[in-house]
Design a protein around this ligand. Structure first.
Ligand code: ADP
Ligand code: SF4
Length: 681
């Protein structure tokens, strides 16, 4: 039964000629599948529609090769050839009663690595952050061409069956935004100068699109409301004028931030609802419905956005990725079953790396077509079996949850009294609190499965395992950080014995806090080094972070965090030595070497924290193997899953636990490909 307070979320809302069945709106989001994996894309969007979203949107769809985003893989609607891919997506969305939206996009200046066409933009200058390519300033003929291409793309979108055809002016990615913003528009003609001139092209695209498809399709505008540039770029006063001047032209306003990194901030740097201050009040400037985002996962916050008149639709990208069935669960009064987004942006990393989307919380994301996984359904068990899962971290909890859903009898034992493994341990670091949700969601689901028994506080030995008389044993015993400095830079490790206090991240997470000066040697490059630096600085340590990489937490460039992390650490007084390697240690100092010049610097270090590599905790497996008597105890299989198999991200461990549960007792040809591959021809 739905809670009364949530009824408001299920009111239907008109968007131009279309009606949305409720207020849940999946805004456009990238996914690394785009034009290259259309079947996978259709299946993923279809699951969202099945989960109850009223509107399901594509990612940006390039309208012309003169502005393409290779090597990123986005949507494409360059020619009639592309229509059939889109029809597949639309049909999957319509099958479940949702409206399908496409975000048409002319990016403006891009290096055009694929098409090799000369880039053009609002004003001439270098394109991208580092690309060795300039663009030329568009002339009036160029503007006429882009209008024509946009119109043709809109007509194709209608032919494919889309209900909503976007005009896009957001995220710093679009020609329309570049023209709107004084930061990027230095023109002196009818498209430059006054705000009216800078809005002209956006108005023209809206009018063209309405004229081309407006009778059949709604035409939303996705508009950046702030560029984080102060008065040098788009800011509130101008945006109010833009919204007021366009007020009734689009059928809906979809507000976003002016850069992707500010729009999709991780939980480490922004709380739920963080965009409200930028959007509040804009709705009063138009009669048209308004959608906004803010990583909403609480139905109360969502309802409050509607009730207080900030939004008409609850927009979501990441919450819809973590839980495609979010609307249905709220509708059925099952808000306690929501798989809440943890705001980690591992989903974004798929797009950055040009591979299909993945999600820490939802291991089925991106696997709907190629593996046939569904976020809510799993095949019933094959035959009877008694399964022991050792380790209650992300991998073990996910395996136990899914095995329990399949109907197996499951025992889950963990040495720790608190289940959750690294998801809980690491959540104690500032900014990582939401990682707890990985454990909390699964523990709550497990509490409903009577065939799963939890044994916290149970350190398992080989004898204990054999005594359980389990048929299958899944070892999800995790990994521990190495203590000898071994990792990428020093595969054979370093002699650190002279130092008075060498700590690993595990030691710090266990509560060992150095005082005075600490050097962190980060040869891992994801979250841990930067998070520990912040943690120690907050407790009063003088921290120097040494890394062979050229930036701190280098891999977080893929999660849009790398600059935010550096800014935060600077504010906390952490000193960085990038492109430096640890070379020697003394009793209370370390020597670090510039990797370019070889120059050595000595740093005072009452503690040295090495963040280098992790070793699987596989002693239990080795002990079992030594006994060599599993079969005599009725054990059919022993498998390692998650970090105990391959140390990696939490997303990887959850996926491994899910895979294990899906495939247990399922006959498979060992040489067959593990998943379906999209045909190219
Ligand atoms: P993953 O990310 O792969 O799930 P974690 O490190 O988060 O791995 O979790 C591993 C869990 O396994 C920890 O909670 C740890 O207490 C538990 N564990 C490790 N060895 C044993 C053991 N021999 N018996 C019971 N629990 C164990
Ligand atoms: Fe949320 Fe992380 Fe999943 Fe992205 S990967 S949807 S941020 S939980």
């Amino acid at each position: 039964m739905r809670e009364k307070a949530h009824d408001i979320l299920f009111e239907s809302v008109r968007i131009g000629p279309k009606t949305a069945r409720n207020r849940f709106y999946q805004v456009p989001h990238c996914n690394g599948m785009g034009y290259r994996h259309p079947r996978a894309l259709a299946a993923m969007r279809g699951v969202k529609a099945e989960g109850g979203w009223a509107v399901v949107s594509t990612e940006e769809a390039e309208i012309h090769p003169s502005s393409e985003v290779a090597p990123s893989i986005e949507g494409r609607i360059w020619s009639d050839e592309d229509i059939r891919h889109h029809t597949m997506v639309v049909e999957a969305i319509h099958k479940h009663g949702a409206l399908a939206a496409i975000e048409l996009c002319y990016n403006g200046p891009r290096p055009n690595y694929l098409s090799r066409l000369p880039p053009m933009g609002a004003s001439a200058g270098p394109v991208g952050d580092i690309d060795p390519v300039h663009c030329r300033a568009m002339d009036l003929e160029d503007f006429r061409a882009v209008r024509r291409w946009h119109r043709q793309a809109a007509l194709r979108a209608r032919k494919a069956g889309y209900d909503l055809v976007y005009v896009y002016a957001g995220h710093g990615l679009t020609l329309t935004q570049h023209l709107l913003s004084r930061w990027t528009n230095r023109r002196t003609d009818m498209y430059g100068g006054s705000l009216e001139n800078r809005t002209r092209f956006l108005r023209e695209l809206l009018e063209d699109t309405k004229d081309a498809v407006g009778h059949d399709c709604a035409v939303p505008l996705r508009l950046a409301v702030d560029e984080a540039l102060g008065s040098a770029g788009l800011e509130r006063a101008e945006i109010e004028d833009v919204v007021a001047s366009l007020a009734d032209l689009p059928d809906l306003f979809d507000f976003c931030m002016g850069t992707w990194r500010h729009d999709s901030r991780t939980a480490r740097f922004a709380a739920e609802g963080f965009q409200e201050p930028f959007v509040r009040g804009l709705k009063a400037l138009t009669q048209k419905p308004v959608v906004g985002v803010g990583r909403f996962t609480s139905p109360e916050s969502m309802a409050a956005q509607i009730r207080s008149g900030v939004l008409d639709f609850v927009g979501a990208a990441r919450p819809s990725i973590a839980d495609p069935f979010l609307p249905r669960k709220i509708d059925e009064g099952r808000a306690d079953d929501l798989r809440e987004c943890i705001g980690c942006n591992v989903c974004v990393s798929g797009d950055y790396l040009g591979v299909p989307i993945r999600c820490t919380q939802n291991p089925t994301m991106g696997e709907e077509w190629r593996r046939g996984w569904h976020p809510e359904r799993i095949a019933a068990k094959h035959g009877g079996a008694r399964i022991l899962v050792v380790g209650g971290g992300p991998a073990g909890l996910e395996a136990a949850h899914q095995l329990g859903k399949r109907g197996y009898e499951v025992m889950l034992a963990d040495a720790s009294c608190e289940l959750g493994g690294r998801a809980v341990r690491e959540s104690r670091l500032a900014g990582l609190a939401t990682y707890r949700r990985v454990a909390e969601y699964r523990l709550h689901q497990l509490s409903k499965l009577s065939a799963v028994t939890l044994f916290p506080g149970s350190l398992m030995t080989a004898d204990d395992v054999l005594a359980t008389e389990a048929t299958h044993v899944a070892l999800a015993t995790g990994a521990r950080w190495r203590r000898d400095g071994s990792g990428r830079r020093h595969p054979a490790g370093l002699d650190l014995s002279a130092h008075r206090s060498v700590l690993t991240p595990d030691d710090v997470l266990d509560g060992l806090l150095p005082s005075g000066s600490a050097v962190i040697f980060d040869d891992d490059h994801y979250l841990m080094g930067g998070a520990l630096a912040g943690h120690l600085a907050r407790t009063g340590c003088r921290v120097t972070l040494v890394t062979p990489a050229s930036v701190v937490s280098a891999w977080t460039a893929n999660t849009l965090e790398v600059d935010f992390i550096a800014e935060e650490l600077v504010a906390l007084g952490v000193r960085f030595l990038v492109r430096h390697d640890l070379s020697r240690v003394h009793y209370d100092a370390v020597e670090v070497r510039d990797v370019l010049t070889g120059a050595v610097v000595e740093l005072a270090a009452e503690a040295l924290v090495t963040v280098t590599a992790r070793d699987p905790v596989d002693d239990l497996e080795r002990a079992l193997a030594k006994r060599g008597s599993e079969s005599s105890h009725g054990i059919v299989s022993v498998a390692r899953i998650g970090d105990c198999d391959v140390p990696a991200t939490v997303a990887h461990a959850v996926h491994a636990g899910h895979l294990y549960a899906r495939e247990l007792n399922v006959e498979r040809d060992a040489d067959a490909l593990p998943f379906r591959v999209e045909p190219i021809l």
